[in-house]
Write a protein that binds this ligand. Structure first.
Ligand SMILES: Cc1cc2nc3c(=O)[nH]c(=O)nc-3n(C[C@H](O)[C@H](O)[C@H](O)COP(=O)(O)OP(=O)(O)OC[C@H]3O[C@@H](n4cnc5c(N)ncnc54)[C@H](O)[C@@H]3O)c2cc1C
Length: 629
């Protein structure tokens, strides 16, 4: 016991000796010891959150949402058919205004991503419908197609024709490689025959398929003379472009009413020997010659499959904007309400606003901080996606942020709902709709638990290639907890060390397993998920610090520290039991968090003002009740 303690203190001293003083850090950290500067430059903060690259597009979109008549129509409580029609008309209005373009995902990602986030401030149905058209249908055409597929772009850009993305089947969702749909090549007619060979092979959940899609990008097993070359993407006409009639051999059913997103026409599709021209294979990486010879840039179907999945990266980023928009609007509603709504007070005739309650400050300021820091991290990923050569980490990090942001968003929306009491439950007050619509972000575009495993596998792979380097372990102990925590270097070391230990732990569980590789990893999934969280927390924190050092926009320092301490508190048992934080110091964390929440609350109105949310994205009355009388 004592030996262990001496060892820890020794390591602690080693850390202190090796630490170099970073003046810039110290200046920034100093702010945390004083009262927050309430003189917030809302315009500067808005630009930081919007990003320089996206700011112009976001403002154009805000203007459009504020003024377009289709965005003034009520959508609460609409029946499914009317809602689907309204969402279609809203999307058509967006396309006709030219706010986004079909090729943006390749040529102007900032415009696309920026506009989507603004539409998500309003409603996640619009973001979903646009994502289906521009990333799920557009992505494969742009990234997997060649010049012979450019003919689809013009009409798709204005939504004259719409498309969908048909990957999921009744029998296979997360395990995409298990899909059964076939695409046999017929040399005689030079056609592919798209077929659903079993009931479980029918495509299911396909957004936009039931009513509006003319084309589907269908994922199917490419088969020539009995040889299966793996999953490829094909453009399959579902409806006649002129008459809209469903094509021969295709059956489409409605997936029915859902928990949310009822403005989206999800459909079930069965293909019965549907013939399409050979040219409808999206052939950037692999092709079939007229006489049936298969040629691929890759030597294995798995590599071809990985390339076929590449458009998903942008899709995940796009869908993550749904979390950002929903969280920002819902937090704004809850915070505005809390500043107005009065309950209880020091005397019977003096009630105080809810925001004066420590619990209300805690439950709303912590998610407010995290939303902004996640958004800053997405800015970085978007910039990475715009680079000529994508970093090796991009796929794993897009998967990671999609998972952690959507899980966080679902919890934050619940918090906002509760923070508004019964009024949060009323559909007219908007949070309820966001809650129902955003729930599915945890599942579609890759189930979160599956995505976290992709991230963990990437990290294991990186570790395998690295020579053994470890961060000096830190042990936070002492009388002055504030000084220990209000120190970016210490926080960074905590996060670095946790990730290293989580990674080593996962590797050890897998290495020690006597089972096959599949089951060895399978038995370790909960640890893989924990590693994913540890990694994402670290890189979001590091990105926030880098942003802060480039430009100290108030109150970023406070937001970063608040979120860091909340992250530590979320895993406090682990930090203490692994001797990174002493039990004594650990006890001070809730107090430090509460103090920071108190400080951030002072500028909470300015922070939400910086979101610049169009009024028609929010309830008609700020007190959430004055529309009742
Ligand atoms: C509203 C909506 C819209 C959609 N739109 C489309 C669309 O336009 N096009 C399209 O192709 N698809 C679409 N989907 C399908 C969506 O992508 C799938 O639902 C998703 O991939 C998950 O598949 P699944 O539902 O079959 O769940 P499953 O894969 O069966 O998963 C069920 C549960 O098992 C867990 N699980 C599964 N595998 C693992 C694993 N290896 N490790 C740990 N846990 C695991 C999951 O975490 C989950 O909790 C949509 C779905 C919905 C609900």
């Amino acid at each position: 016991m004592y030996k262990n303690r001496i060892e820890i203190i020794k390591k602690h001293l080693e850390v202190n000796n090796s630490q170099t003083t970073n003046n810039k850090d110290e200046v920034l950290e100093k702010e945390l010891f004083n009262s927050i500067d309430t003189n917030i430059n809302v315009g500067e903060l808005k630009l930081l959150i919007d990003s320089v690259e996206e700011s112009k597009y976001k403002d154009e979109t805000r203007e459009f949402i504020r003024n377009h008549p289709k965005f003034k129509e009520n959508f609460i409580g609409l029946d499914m058919a009317t809602y689907r029609q309204l969402v279609l008309e809203q999307c058509a209005a967006i396309a006709n205004r030219g706010l986004i373009h079909f090729t943006d995902i390749k040529n102007n990602l900032h415009r696309y991503i920026g506009a989507l986030e603004m539409f998500a401030l309003y409603n996640n149905n619009i973001l979903t419908k646009l994502s289906v058209q521009y990333t799920l249908f557009g992505g494969p055409i742009i990234f997997l197609g060649t010049s012979r597929h450019e003919k689809y772009i013009e009409d798709a850009n204005t939504l004259k024709t719409m498309g969908c993305f048909a990957m999921t089947e009744i029998g296979h969702g997360s395990n995409v490689r298990g899909i059964e749909t076939t695409a046999h090549y017929d040399k005689q007619t030079k056609e592919f025959i798209i077929h659903s060979p079993t009931p479980t092979s029918e495509k299911f959940w396909i957004g936009c398929a039931y009513l509006h899609a003319t084309y589907a990008v269908v994922f199917a097993n490419l088969i020539i003379d009995g040889t299966n070359y793996g999953i490829h993407a094909f453009i399959v006409p579902l409806r006649c472009p002129k008459s809209g009639a469903i094509m021969k051999g295709i059956t489409i059913k409605d997936c029915g009413h859902k928990l949310g997103l009822n403005g989206i026409d999800n459909g079930q599709i069965r293909f019965d020997q549907v013939r399409i021209p050979r040219e409808n294979l999206l052939n950037k990486y692999s092709d079939v010659s007229e006489d049936g010879v298969y040629k691929s840039q890759f030597n294995t179907p798995i590599k071809n499959f990985a390339a076929t999945m590449s458009p998903f990266i942008v899709g995940r980023m796009a869908i993550t904007k749904g979390c950002s928009g929903a969280a920002k609007t819902s937090l704004s509603i809850a915070i505005e309400f809390s500043h107005i709504r009065k309950q209880f007070g020091p005397s019977s005739n003096k009630e105080l606003p809810l925001i004066t309650l420590s619990s209300q400050q805690r439950r709303l300021m912590a998610p407010l901080a995290r939303t902004i820091l996640f958004d800053l991290y997405i800015q970085r990923l978007t910039n990475e996606l715009c680079q000529e050569k994508l970093p090796a980490s991009i796929h794993a990090h897009c998967s990671g942020i999609k998972a952690v942001y959507s899980w966080f968003c679902v919890a934050a929306l619940q918090t906002c709902r509760e923070a508004c009491g019964g009024q949060g439950y009323r559909s007219a007050n908007r949070i309820a709709e966001f809650k129902n619509d955003c729930d599915i972000i945890c599942t579609y575009e890759g189930d979160n638990t599956v995505l976290m495993q992709q991230l963990a596998k990437y990290l294991l792979g990186v570790k395998q290639k690295q020579t053994n380097t470890t961060t000096n372990r830190i042990y936070l102990d002492g009388e002055d907890a504030k000084s220990l925590f209000f120190n970016f270097s210490n926080i960074n070391q905590l996060f670095e060390t946790r990730e290293e230990m989580r990674l080593a732990e996962l590797k050890q569980i897998i290495d020690n397993s006597k089972e096959s590789a599949y089951f060895a990893f399978n038995n370790a999934i909960p640890w893989a998920v924990k590693l994913g969280f540890a990694h994402m927390t670290k890189i979001v924190f590091q990105n926030s610090i880098n942003t802060l050092k480039l430009k100290n926009v108030k109150p970023l320092t406070h937001l970063i520290m608040l979120d860091a301490l909340v992250s530590i508190e979320e895993d406090l048992g682990w930090f203490v039991s692994n001797h990174l934080i002493s039990p004594n110091v650990a006890q001070s964390i809730p107090f430090l968090i509460q103090d920071l929440c108190f400080e951030v609350t002072k500028v909470s109105k300015q922070i939400i003002a910086s979101f610049d949310i169009p009024e028609n994205c929010k309830p008609s009355s700020k007190d959430l009740i004055s529309d009742l009388f």
